[in-house]
Design a protein. Structure first.
Length: 129
């Protein structure tokens, strides 16, 4: 895993939530579930509740109908988040599986902005590892 990001899926999800491209999000209430297949069951699922004026991160099932499911591994999502892997290739290769309404599946990759640290070059000694 890239040394620029270390932490739990909760921290990753908070960062993702804070750095969504608000102009590209659905303009109607939408619930997106993230499922990290490689994380212990208790911490493997997270929900983004998108409203026209706000986005909430839920750590437990909200009971809202899920319109889009993002299924992946934490490693893949971190690679995308830090800019080491384009989301388009992760989706194309099946490393990220999107299930739901076709418009949401099609638009989802444009919702995500990269981590603010994605453009920070790694130290030379970290690259050699």
């Amino acid at each position: 895993m890239d040394c620029r990001w270390q932490g739990s899926p909760v921290l990753l999800m908070w960062d993702l939530r804070r750095h969504l491209n608000r102009e590209r999000l659905p303009q109607s209430s939408t619930c997106v579930m993230f499922w990290f297949r490689d994380v212990a069951a208790k911490r493997s699922r997270y929900w983004l509740r998108i409203e026209p004026t706000d986005v909430d991160l839920c750590l437990t099932n909200t009971g809202f109908e899920v319109q889009l499911t993002v299924e992946t591994t934490i490693r893949t999502m971190v690679e995308v988040w830090v800019g080491d892997r384009p989301i388009s290739s992760a989706v194309r290769d099946g490393a990220i599986s999107l299930t739901g309404a076709s418009k949401l599946v099609r638009d989802f990759p444009r919702w995500l902005k990269l981590s603010p640290f994605a453009s920070v070059p790694l130290p030379v000694d970290a690259v050699a590892r």
